[in-house]
Design a protein around this ligand. Structure first.
Ligand code: CTP
Ligand code: K
Ligand code: MG
Length: 181
């Protein structure tokens, strides 16, 4: 596969993992997952990780995966590359995994003394990628093996931080997010 095909596959396959965090920003609020509990004097996760945001993000990413599957042949023809469809478990794994990765990062941030909203460069940009890939591997191993070849994974790791910075910057400028990360 040429480099454009690799990048197109990387972006396409990760769309169901890119959307959940943004959906959570729009839908978030309500009861925090940690219920206010603390560990070592600091919140377990913090008020930024809620049940509603997590559910909304997971549903949005899974729904997007199903919608993308319906238009895969048309988009593949348009871009001239054979893009993958998303089995339900692959979409669910990518979406829920993205949320889990983000939640895991908040756990790490709180343990390292960072308050809600504090930046953790590197972790902020890749937490959801690691979570999404791990979860997709667990829930849809054969789809994972077919889709995420080594070059595709490398492309994801290179392109995602860039996309993350741009989309979060836009969300911040639109007043949707309190911090641009
Ligand atoms: N959000 C949510 N549930 C999630 C993830 C995000 O409700 N599982 C919402 C919250 O309103 C959160 C906002 O999306 O404040 C932005 O998400 P994020 O930047 O991940 O959270 P932060 O508030 O910055 O908190 P943290 O420092 O823990 O990342
Ligand atoms: K985050
Ligand atoms: Mg944040």
């Amino acid at each position: 596969m040429d480099i454009l095909g690799v990048v197109a596959t990387a972006l396409w396959a990760m769309l169901p993992a890119y959307v959940p965090n943004n959906a959570a920003v729009l839908a978030g609020g309500g009861r925090p997952i940690d219920g206010g509990r603390t560990m070592g004097g600091r919140r377990l996760l913090g008020d930024g990780k809620t049940w509603r945001g997590t559910l909304a993000g997971t549903l949005a990413g899974t729904a997007l995966a199903l919608a993308l599957s319906a238009v895969t042949p048309a988009v593949s023809a348009a871009v001239g590359h054979s893009l993958p469809r998303f089995p339900v478990l692959a979409g669910l794994g990518l979406a829920f995994g993205a949320m889990l990765g983000d939640i895991g990062a908040s756990f790490v941030k709180r343990r390292s003394g960072r308050e809600r909203g504090a930046a953790f460069p590197g972790l902020d940009q890749l937490d959801f990628v690691v979570g999404a890939l791990l979860c997709a591997f667990v829930l849809a191993p054969s789809w994972f093996g077919r889709t995420f070849t080594l070059p595709v994974v490398v492309a994801i790791l290179l392109v995602t931080p860039l996309l993350h910075v741009v989309t979060n910057g836009i969300a911040y400028l639109l007043g949707l997010k309190n911090e641009p990360w």
